[in-house]
Each structure stands twice: as structure tokens, then as C-alpha cells.
Design a protein around this ligand. Structure first.
Ligand code: 5GP
Length: 158
């Protein structure tokens, strides 16, 4: 996930040197740069994404800086998803969204630009014209699928 070594950030948890260097979201939390705040409580912040897929696109972050889903404690993930659900409901209620995409990228290879875990909550409209261009591949056989299922299952931890 791009972690070279661990140092301590200004909050309470270890983050990589990369995260410490690059974390624009911490500046938003500290009000060092402006953001359009949607929701805030003691440990969570939701604000409008500066580069929206669709206008109203909101980011939900913990105030503690964990880099990816792997490092983030389960209780923090549960809180982030709970707030994301409420943001999604609000987008439907107040913006008239017909649907909502909830997306979360981990690691540069997966498109994560900001190394501070965040959930994208994107309002969708039937006529918004956006397409994810989901380029679905296929497996050569059911055995190949089964082998992958077994391999991933072997690495599963509680
Ligand atoms: P990622 O690609 O890491 O999943 O998403 C990072 C998101 O953060 C992008 O959608 C990008 O538009 C947003 N972003 C980056 N810098 C800023 C900023 O300074 N302010 C706000 N509001 N959003 C930002």
C-alpha cells in the first residue's frame, strides 16, 4: 500500500511517511484549507469533493489518519459506513438523487490519491450521463474461479 515505514501523525495513529507528506485531508480537518462541510462530529468529517464525479459528491473521513481500509479499525469503518449511509439518504432526499454510488479506493494501484481513508458518496441521477465503463473480464474455467476463491480464503483473517 505504499508504506515505507511508520511515523506518528498529529493525531493518535501510525501513518506512513507518504501519508504524512501528502495528507491534504488533515489540513481540512484542522481548517488550514477550506472545505464545504456537510457533516461533522467528534471523530468524523464529511465534505464536498472538490472534483466531483457528479455535483454533490461527498467524502466521508475519520479525523484519525489511517491510510487504507486495511489499517483502519473495524469500529471506525462501521462509523464511516453509517455516516455514508446517512449522507446517501440525504442526497436522495434533498438533491432528488435517483441512486448513490458508495466507493472506497485503497492504494495507488486502486486509484487512491489521498492517503487518508475516505469514502466517496456520489449522488446519481437517471440522466446524469456518467458511465463507469466497467470493463468486465472473464475466467477461462470454473476451476480458475475456484482456485482464486481458495487462495483468497486461505489469507482471510478474523
Ligand atoms: P481518491 O482518488 O484518493 O479515492 O480520492 C481523493 C478525492 O479527494 C478526489 O476525488 C479529489 O477530488 C478529492 N480532493 C483532493 N484534494 C481535495 C481538496 O483539497 N479538497 C476537497 N474538497 N477534495 C479534494
Amino acid at each position: 500500500m505504499g508504506c515505507f515505514f511508520y511515523v506518528f501523525c498529529g493525531y493518535h495513529s501510525p501513518v506512513s511517511f507518504y501519508a504524512l507528506q501528502m495528507n491534504i485531508f488533515e489540513k481540512i480537518i484542522r481548517r488550514e484549507i477550506p472545505a464545504a462541510i456537510v457533516y461533522e462530529d467528534d471523530d468524523t468529517l464529511a465534505f464536498i469533493d472538490i472534483g466531483p464525479i457528479i455535483k454533490g459528491h461527498t467524502l466521508v473521513i475519520p479525523k484519525t489518519c489511517y491510510e487504507t481500509v486495511i489499517e483502519t479499525p473495524d469500529e471506525v469503518l462501521a462509523k464511516l459506513m453509517s455516516i455514508s449511509k446517512r449522507i446517501a439518504a440525504a442526497q436522495i432526499k434533498t438533491l432528488g438523487a435517483d441512486g448513490v454510488n458508495i466507493i472506497q479506493n485503497n492504494g495507488r494501484a486502486a486509484g487512491q490519491e489521498v492517503p487518508h481513508i475516505h469514502i466517496h458518496v456520489i449522488p446519481r441521477f437517471s440522466d446524469d450521463g456518467h458511465h463507469w465503463n466497467w470493463d468486465a473480464k472473464s475466467y477461462s474455467s470454473s476451476e480458475e474461479m475456484a482456485q482464486l476463491a481458495e487462495k483468497i480464503g486461505e489469507g482471510f483473517s478474523e
